[in-house]
Design a protein. Structure first.
Length: 56
């Protein structure tokens, strides 16, 4: 059960990161930053999300 929960969290983080990139490309920076922060709240060790957050 724990492994399944961790995989679920990882999928959410990946989805939020992808959503961050998409929203940022459309120029919706406030929404993109919110998604990025949600990804980092779930999994703060994701370097790509920190990179994106640093490029706002």
């Amino acid at each position: 059960m724990l492994q399944r929960d961790l995989q679920f969290d990882e999928n959410i983080v990946i989805a939020r990161y992808n959503e961050t990139c998409l929203l940022k490309n459309f120029g919706w920076l406030k929404e993109a930053l919110t998604c990025c922060n949600e990804a980092l709240k779930i999994s703060p060790q994701i370097a790509r999300a920190w990179y994106e957050k640093g490029n706002f």
